[in-house]
Design a protein around this ligand. Structure first.
Ligand code: BJW
Length: 265
C-alpha cells in the first residue's frame, strides 16, 4: 500500500499503528535521503553525488590504489560538509523511538555519524564512518574529530591510511552484517527511510524482516524497488513524515508522561 504524504494529512491505517504500538523489536534502515534535509547530498538521482563524481575513482579500492590523493580530497570535502550539518527531525525522531521499544536498532548505510549526534545508541554502521581512518597494512583504525589535514594521511607504521568506509566490491564487516541481519530478521516492524534500496547487501535487510513475518514501512520521496514489497510506502520528506507518524502512533504511556495532568483527569 502506498500513501502520499502531506505531513499532517498523513493517513496511517489503524492496524499498522497498532502493530507499531505492540511491537517489542523494531529496526530502522536508513540511507542518504535521511540526511538530505541536513544538507548532506544523496548519491543517486537528480543532483546526486554520482551525477557529478565518478564512483570508480572515488568509491572503489582500485580507484584509491590509482589515486589516493584524489579520493582523500573528496573525503575531506565531504568531512567539511558533514561537520557543518546538524541532525534533522527525522534523526531526532528515530533517537526518540529508541526509548520506547524493548529492542531497537538503527541500521544505517550512512557514514556521516548524524544518528549518533541525534542521540541514537544502538547503531550499526553498515558502510563505515567518515570520521575514522584505517591503516592499509594492518587495519588499525584512527578516529578523527575534524577534517583530515595532510593528504594522503600516513599511519605511524609508514603505510597509507584510507577512509574506514566500505567501497564497491568490498565486503561489509562480519560484525556489522551479523548484527544487522539478526536485528532485521527479529524485527516485528522495520522502517526503511531515505534509501534507493539498490545497494546490496543492505537492500536485502527489509526482505529478511518481511520473510520473518515482520512489517516493512518505507518512507521516501519517491517509489523504489522496495515499494512493492513494503506493507506501507509513504511518499514524503523523512524530516516531516517521521515526526507525524511517531505522533500518530501516540503511545498511551508516552502521553501520560508528557501530559500527566490531562491524562490523570
Ligand atoms: C529522501 C529524501 C528525503 C532523498 N526524505 N527520502 C555490479 C558491479 C559491482 C558491484 C555489484 C554489482 N552488482 C552488485 C554489486 C554489489 C554492490 C551493489 O549492490 N551494487 C549495486 C549498485 C548494483 N555492492 C557492493 O559492492 C557491496 N559489497 C559487496 O557486495 O561485497 C560482496 C563481497 C563479498 C566478499 C568479498 C568481496 C566482496 C558494498 C557496497 C558499498 C556501498 N558504498 C557506498 C559508499 C560508502 C562510502 C561513502 O559514502 O563514501 O555506500 S555507495 C553509496 O550507496 C553509499 C550508500 O550507503 C549506498 C546506498 O545509497 P543510499 O543510501 O540508498 O542513497 P541513494 O542516493 O541511492 O538514495 C537516496 C534515497 O533517498 C532516494 O531514494 C531518494 O528518493 C531518497 N530521498 N531525499 C526521504 N528528504
Amino acid at each position: 500500500m502506498s500513501c502520499v504524504c502531506g505531513a499532517d494529512s498523513l493517513e496511517i491505517p489503524e492496524d499498522i499503528l497498532l502493530s507499531i504500538r505492540k511491537a517489542k523489536r523494531v529496526s530502522v534502515l536508513t540511507g542518504a535521503g535521511i540526511s538530505a534535509e541536513s544538507g548532506v547530498p544523496t548519491f543517486r538521482g537528480a543532483g546526486g553525488i554520482w551525477e557529478k563524481y565518478d564512483f570508480r575513482k572515488l568509491a572503489t579500492p582500485e580507484g584509491f590504489r590509482d589515486d589516493p590523493k584524489l579520493a582523500w580530497e573528496w573525503y575531506r570535502l565531504r568531512q567539511i560538509e558533514i561537520q557543518k550539518a546538524k541532525p534533522n527531525p527525522a534523526h531526532e525522531t528515530i533517537a526518540d523511538m529508541e526509548r520506547h521499544f524493548e529492542h531497537f536498532a538503527v541500521l544505517t548505510q550512512n557514514i556521516d555519524g548524524l544518528h549518533k549526534r541525534a542521540g541514537s545508541r544502538n547503531i550499526v554502521e553498515l558502510h563505515g564512518n567518515i570520521w575514522r581512518m584505517r591503516c592499509t597494512r594492518d587495519g588499525t583504525t584512527i578516529d578523527l574529530d575534524s577534517p583530515v589535514g595532510d593528504i594522503p594521511p600516513f599511519c605511524h607504521c609508514g603505510s597509507i591510511l584510507r577512509p574506514d568506509v566500505v567501497w564497491f566490491g568490498e565486503p561489509l564487516s562480519n560484525e556489522a552484517m551479523d548484527a544487522a541481519s539478526k536485528a532485521a530478521s527479529e524485527s516485528e516492524v522495520m522502517f526503511v527511510v531515505g534509501t534507493s534500496a539498490v545497494v546490496y547487501p543492505a537492500a536485502a535487510l527489509p526482505i529478511l524482516t518481511k520473510n520473518s513475518g515482520g512489517l516493512v514501512i518505507e518512507i521516501n520521496l519517491e517509489e523504489t524497488d522496495l515499494s512493492s514489497y513494503a506493507d506501507l510506502s509513504i511518499l514524503g520528506p523523512a524530516g516531516e513524515v517521521l515526526p507525524v507518524l511517531w505522533r500518530k502512533t501516540a503511545f498511551p504511556e508516552r502521553f501520560m508522561t508528557e501530559h500527566p495532568i490531562i491524562a490523570n483527569r
